[in-house]
Design a protein around this ligand. Structure first.
Ligand SMILES: [Zn+2]
Ligand SMILES: [Zn+2]
Length: 378
């Protein structure tokens, strides 16, 4: 389960209602505490053990975080899609604040090489000291590797993994999408079968659940595979940076539960911008072009974000003032799936399919993406 919190949804410049781009993705593991014995009961994961990933870090992102319950101590990785300031100018300040708040755990930073140059310059010129290791992963180097290795694995625990893969996009500078795949595995002990086979609850049950074959006091050999079902839940979200060609994501969105993509303008406005100044192409998407792609790929869920400051937050199709209704209708004219337009502090829960030996197809949930309210706690 991945919980998304939009920290900034404006393009280029902030507005009173929207900050520039940043998105927090919390990695929820409902089974992270307590031994499961066949029950599907969900334990509440303690907040402390909820690592999260930050995608892009526009200026003021740390200020936005103050209005949420997210802590820089739980931040596992930062991914920067591209070097434009509305996606990265908040990075030095956020890292400095993490240092001042006593963070000591290493932090992974996946970003274009130029971001390392930017940080090095700031570290030298402002005498910034980071008391934690910054594990810098250059996107260019990840993409240069061949095959299945062009993803970054972040191990959160034995049974909780995060894979981040990268897809190059089309924009005025090199821009990228991050595919975030969370895998939660757990072994479910078939207690009904154990009882039916006359094996009473004992420490042996725990060993079987851990994958060990055991011998009972009565000298019976029990194989773990006969009593344990391995269940895997995969949740995949694709978050695109600035991009004028959603078709580049055709491969990345296969099996994705959700696509988060920019929709800076409506088709009409984008056409006018192109006509007015043929020498300058902002290389952004309209809601229409993202909707067309999502419909073609049969995507069930998309969230649009990164709206031009000209669009007001209200939803009124009859208003002459550009507003969310115009973006929404632009996408809805071509897309029939679930569509949301992000606002700052909006939270969504994404709950991927569960596969097990008895259900190898995986059970895709109809409503695997749900809007759950605002993260703003004040
Ligand atoms: Zn941007
Ligand atoms: Zn950009």
């Amino acid at each position: 389960m991945l919980k998304l919190t939009f920290l900034g949804t404006s393009a280029g410049v902030p507005t009173k209602q929207r900050n520039v781009t940043a998105l927090a993705i919390e990695c929820m593991n409902p089974h992270s505490s307590g031994v499961q014995q066949g029950s599907r009961q969900q334990n509440n994961q303690s907040k402390k053990s909820r690592p999260w990933v930050l995608i892009d870090c526009g200026e003021g992102t740390q200020q936005q975080l103050l209005h949420t319950k997210l802590s820089l101590h739980q931040l596992a990785a930062i991914c920067i899609t591209h070097v434009h300031g509305d996606h990265c100018y908040g990075l030095p300040g956020l890292l400095a604040s993490a240092a001042m708040s006593g963070r000591r755990e290493p932090l992974t930073l996946i970003a274009p090489k130029a971001i390392a140059t930017l940080l090095d310059a700031i570290i030298v010129t402002t005498e910034l000291y980071l008391p934690f290791a910054l594990n810098f992963v250059a996107i260019e180097e990840v993409l240069a590797e061949q095959g299945d290795t062009n993803k970054v694995n972040i191990s959160l625990s034995d049974q909780h993994q995060l894979d981040i893969d990268i897809t190059p996009l089309s924009h005025r500078v090199a821009s990228h999408a991050f595919g975030i795949t969370q895998t939660i595995s757990r072994r479910i002990l078939n207690t009904d079968k154990l009882v039916a086979d006359g094996i009473p609850a004992s420490a042996l049950w725990g060993k079987l659940q851990q994958g060990e074959d055991v011998t009972t006091e009565g000298n019976r050999q029990l194989r773990s595979v006969d009593y344990v079902d391995n269940e895997i839940q995969r949740t995949r979200v694709v978050v695109a940076g600035d991009n004028d060609t959603p078709n580049l994501l055709s491969k990345a969105v296969i099996n994705a539960d959700l696509l988060v993509h920019e929709a800076t303008y409506t088709h009409e406005v984008l056409t006018k911008i192109h006509a007015k100044n043929p020498d300058y192409d902002p290389m952004h998407s309209s809601a229409h072009v993202v909707g067309t792609f999502a419909q073609k790929m049969n995507l069930k869920n998309i969230i649009l974000t990164h709206f031009s400051a000209r669009y007001q937050g209200f939803d009124n199709p009859n208003s002459k003032t550009p507003n969310m209704a115009h973006i929404r209708l632009d996408a809805e004219s071509v897309y029939e799936g679930n569509l949301w337009l992000a606002a700052d502090f909006d939270q969504y829960m994404v709950d991927g399919a569960i596969e097990s030996a008895s259900n190898q197809e995986g059970s895709q949930k109809d409503n695997c993406v749900q809007y759950i309210g605002s993260a703003r706690s004040d």
